[in-house]
Design a protein around this ligand. Structure first.
Ligand code: AMP
Length: 397
């Protein structure tokens, strides 16, 4: 059983909380999207609002075990202070050691301490036991609210839990597990999955796993061309993973044996180069000329997919339909986002896996128009694959 932070008595206790403050920053260090910080506020409020002391820890970027100033969490602490003006946010100079222990022990009820970047120590990603124990000395309770790193067995997500008597899930982690879990375990039907992204290779396991629960799987993105090539169609210079053609054939035949509606695009937006200003045409997927590459699903496919989404009970979306970063190839992805928003209004449960599809729906300004946007790309994929997430297993007592 996993208990949630709001079921734990935190008054006067130091709650060592793993958050995901790995936010995007521009070249000057300014935060360009603070969603992850804001998403952790309910958990922080739950701790400090009940007289606990929130000891927050996170990674930021990839400092690879060395102290790299541009990856310091200091600017994140300053931003957190602006979001919680009535609280005291104290920044620690490191995440373990005597000075940090002293700082955490003098912090008072309602205070927030933000530890320095966990990945300044290589022991974090190595899930080193001594490092986990050093982190554990900073808290009376351990809370994990970092869904984005829950698929990694690191010291702050897994090892530390062994050294703390009380462990629990934060409200964001709990929300992620509830939405993603019930989407698969007890979905409102029909359950439709929209799969896209560049390659089939990263998504084979998730497509296979989704076949256990989905009624329909809509395929888009670069991976559609490996499926089309597997069916024997010419796809020009589109992205094809030749070594995955057999896997694509297996998935197609498994879907037909099991009566799962695995749907491929019928038209595509092709380009004469992988560039924002390339020449484009809309063609039937079976008529892609040599030298041209498909970079988005076509309007007819987008319309058909949108119709399926609008009549679904539950939709789980993972991966863009095209190269949405270039406006000329964003229409297919936008059509999916719009259909999800419209379906939500009429009662469909709509879930966006993290990563690029979350970035896309945010770019279109529609992230608040769906039921749930996951904060974890890799973690949501592994969860949908049915894998146990180490950061979640560590909380189960
Ligand atoms: P993934 O990380 O596998 O989810 O892939 C996301 C990336 O796939 C995005 O950056 C898209 O630009 C890219 N993508 C989507 N459709 C295509 C396509 N038809 N050809 C090449 N890349 C694509």
């Amino acid at each position: 059983m996993i208990q949630r932070i709001d079921a734990v008595d935190v008054a006067g206790k130091r709650v060592l909380t793993r958050v995901d403050f790995n936010v995007p920053q521009d070249s000057t260090g300014a935060i360009t999207d603070d969603t992850r910080i804001r998403e952790s506020l309910p958990t922080i409020e739950s701790i400090v609002g009940r007289g606990g002391i929130a000891i927050l820890m996170s990674h930021l970027g990839r400092p690879k075990g060395a102290r790299v100033e541009k990856y310091s969490l200091r600017p994140i602490a300053e931003h957190l202070q602006t979001l919680l003006p009535d609280r005291r946010v104290i920044v620690a100079s490191d995440c373990i050691g005597d000075a940090v222990e002293d700082l955490c022990s003098i912090a008072g009820a309602g205070d927030i301490v933000l530890l320095e970047n966990l990945r300044f120590h290589a022991e974090e990603e190595a899930n080193d036991s001594a490092f986990s124990a050093a982190l554990a000395r900073l808290g009376d309770v351990y809370c994990n609210d970092a869904f984005g790193t829950a698929h990694r067995a690191h010291a702050s997500t897994a090892g530390v839990a062994e050294h703390v008597p009380t462990v629990c899930a934060g409200l964001l982690l709990d929300k992620e597990l509830t939405y993603l879990g019930s989407a698969l375990a007890d979905p409102r039907r029909p359950l439709v999955s929209v799969m896209g992204g560049s390659k089939i290779s990263g998504k084979i396991d998730v497509i296979t796993a989704l076949m256990d629960s989905c009624d329909t799987i809509l395929i888009g993105g670069g991976m559609m061309f490996t499926f089309l090539a597997a069916q024997g169609h010419a796809v020009g210079s589109s992205l094809v993973e030749h070594e995955k053609l057999d896997v694509a054939r297996e998935i197609l035949s498994l879907a037909s044996q099991r009566n799962i509606n695995l749907v491929l695009p019928t038209d595509t937006v092709i380009a004469d180069a992988f560039a924002a200003d390339a020449a484009t045409q809309v063609v039937d997927v079976h008529s892609i000329p040599d030298g041209w590459m498909g970079l988005d699903i076509g309007p007819e496919t987008a319309e058909r997919y949108a119709g399926t989404i609008r009549t679904a009970g539950t939709v789980v979306w993972n991966g863009p339909m095209g190269v949405f970063e270039f406006p000329a190839f964003a229409a297919g992805t936008r059509a999916i986002a719009e259909a999800m928003a419209a379906a939500t209004v009429s009662g469909t449960v709509t879930i966006v896996g993290g990563g690029d599809s979350a970035a896309a729906i945010t770019q279109f300004g529609m992230s608040s128009h769906v039921t749930h946007v996951s904060t974890g790309g890799g973690a949501s994929l592994e969860f949908l694959e049915g894998k146990a997430l180490p950061g979640v297993v560590a909380l189960d007592r």
